[in-house]
Ligand binder design. Structure first.
Ligand code: C2E
Ligand code: CA
Ligand code: CA
Length: 548
């Protein structure tokens, strides 16, 4: 535009009866014409360059102030109405963003003819529970985000996840969970600056958009403050609830190059934070993306493993300590992975529990173990580990009964091994299913006894067929204290009429000591490492030859 024209336009704007201002996205007024000042009832001379629009008396206490801030931050043209005084006509403001990030405002008194601007804060963009923005709102803001001031050159995504949230729901119900989310939202909100945005993206995950300058130092302290706030007790329905929050952070120009990667990277960082425990804060680093990719591939491979028949079951013998006879075998899964070799269940079962693949895999293990047990020479029992997750689906009773029907295995030869966590999750439901399983005629063993909460009342509330003494006790049995512990578990079993079996027996000394203490069974490398089903025939005949 030629200079003279700009000059003429400038004068025209200055003399216009329409209010006219140029402000930054942060609301700093760089220019306001006399009409604009008059509309806002301030003297033209008070409107010095650099003052804040939100400090204008008519705006300062206006209920629409947050809407105004949102409109200023929105790169799309916006139109809002401010009801500044019941006796006055509403103020209407048109806001348009210029290329350089400045906003041009046109202010009029009176009703505007346009439909009022809904900055993305209509119901479609709201999370109804907390009143915060939702995932759509976040996407909108991210898609339109531009650096707009030296203090907001960059953007950090702070992703906040409540630890143990599911536990709260399990213990106190969904209503309490909702209350907790509302209270948590309020607390996080109290820790953030006005120019930052908090949204709930779903479940118990919140995302805070934190504008930053050249340095991202402040981001970590905001995150730590949130962790600290969430660590304080919440009071819900008169009950004290303690939780913690884990946080992952990704910042533009600090390891993340594009806005579109911000959320994904924050999620990787969050995942890493959770991996190392609760209440942690982690920044995204490029190596995390690689790790996530590796995990993703692992997950895909794992999902295909069942179809590709890459799982095998090994069986570990269990002997009777009283007479030295062979009693049965525990089924232990392995993953024969073409690239990674033979993998231990500890390397992949936890992931299948997270992804839900444990349901299909667990069903396969049950079926295969029962089928293979039918081919053994003798009525040996087969122990199958059942994950707590399998108890969540309520299908476990049907699955077991179908497997027994399909394989023809007599129910008393099957023993399901469960850990205490099955009972901790939803005690009544677990108990109901355990009784239903018991009525099918199968045995239920309490696995890894002594490692969890070991609430003795569990043993009293359900007739377990076996207590498996965890190998950590067996290994430490040479110490007098551990020996006393093992002895008390054994006598507890005797009192309740439950058979005790020791896991991880590796030496003759352990074997003899357990036998002397009255333990009924043993399993461990001393007797045999887990073996494939095709080796069982030979194992059984060798065993018979050895003991006769
Ligand atoms: P677990 O049920 O406690 O199984 C016993 C583990 O101890 C097995 O490890 C076994 O190989 C190992 N072990 C046996 N004898 C000895 C010994 O003398 N010394 C030592 N140090 N270790 C011994 P594995 O096969 O790696 O299984 C690990 C865990 O994975 C199992 O612990 C069980 O919790 C889980 N798991 C195994 N198979 C399945 C399955 O089919 N389904 C589910 N849900 N979990 C399974
Ligand atoms: Ca077991
Ligand atoms: Ca065990």
């Amino acid at each position: 535009m030629p200079n003279e024209v700009a000059q003429i336009l400038g004068n025209a704007v200055h003399l216009s009866s329409i209010g006219f201002a140029v402000v930054t996205a942060d609301g700093v007024v760089n220019y306001a014409n006399p009409a604009f000042c008059e509309i806002f009832l301030i003297s033209f001379f008070e409107t010095h360059v650099g003052c804040l629009l939100v400090e204008y008396p008519l705006i300062r206490f206006n209920s629409s102030i947050s809407k105004l801030k949102l409109a200023l931050n929105c790169p799309a043209p916006a139109f809002i109405q401010l009801h500044v005084d019941p006796d006055l006509m509403p103020l209407t403001l048109d806001i348009a963003a210029l290329n350089d990030g400045a906003r041009v405002m046109v202010a009029k008194r009176g009703q505007g003819s346009q439909i009022e601007f809904e900055p993305p804060n209509g119901p479609y963009y709201r999370d109804h529970l907390t009143g915060l923005g939702n995932r759509r709102f976040l996407d909108e803001i991210l898609a339109n985000w531009q650096p707009n001031s030296p203090n907001a050159l960059s953007l950090a995504v702070i992703m906040i996840d409540i630890d143990r949230f599911k536990k709260v729901i399990d213990a106190l119900g969904h209503c309490a969970g909702d209350t907790l989310l509302k209270l948590a939202a309020r607390r996080i909100q109290s820790a953030i600056r006005e120019q930052d945005t908090l949204v709930r993206v779903g479940g118990d995950v919140f995302v805070m958009l934190h504008t930053i300058g050249l340095q991202s130092i402040g981001t970590e302290s905001v995150a730590r403050r949130i962790v600290e706030l969430m660590g304080r007790s919440f009071l819900i329905d008169g009950q004290q609830v303690n939780i913690s929050a884990s946080i992952g952070i990704a910042a533009l120009n600090h390891g993340t190059d594009t806005i579109t990667d911000l959320l994904r990277h924050a999620e990787f960082a969050l995942y890493k934070a959770k991996e190392s425990g609760q209440g942690n804060v982690r920044f995204f680093e490029p190596s995390l993306a690689l790790q996530a990719l590796v995990r993703y591939r692992f997950e895909i491979d794992l999902r295909r493993a069942l179809v590709l028949k890459e799982f095998i079951i090994m069986y570990q013998p269990q002997v009777n300590l009283t007479d030295g006879s062979l009693q049965g075998f525990e089924a232990l899964i392995r993953w024969q992975n073409p690239a990674r070799g033979l993998l231990s269940p500890l390397d992949f079962i936890p992931l299948t529990e997270e992804t839900g693949d444990i349901h299909a895999i667990g069903e396969w293990i049950l079926h295969t173990a029962c089928k293979e047990a039918m081919s053994w020479d003798g009525n040996f029992s087969v122990g199958v580990n059942v994950s707590p997750i399998q108890f969540e689906s309520e299908r476990i009773v049907d699955i077991v009964s179908n497997v027994l029907a399909n394989t023809g295995l007599p129910p008393d030869r099957l023993e399901l091994e469960i850990t205490e966590s099955v009972l901790i999750k939803d005690f009544d439901n677990a108990l109901k299913q355990l009784w239903a399983l018991k009525s099918l005629g199968v045995g239920i063993a309490m696995d890894d006894f002594g490692t969890g909460y070991s609430s003795l009342s569990y043993l009293n509330r359900f007739p377990f067929s076996k207590i498996k003494i965890d190998q950590s006790f067996v290994r430490g049995e040479s110490s007098p204290k551990t020996r006393v512990l093992v002895q008390s578990i054994i006598s507890l079993g005797a009192t309740l009429d439950i058979i005790t079996i020791a896991e991880g027996v590796e030496t003759q000394e352990q074997y003899d000591q357990l036998a002397a203490d009255g333990c009924k069974g043993a399993q461990g490398y001393l007797i045999s490492a887990p073996i494939p089903t095709k080796a069982i025939g030979k194992f059984i005949s060798d065993f018979r030859n050895k003991t006769t």
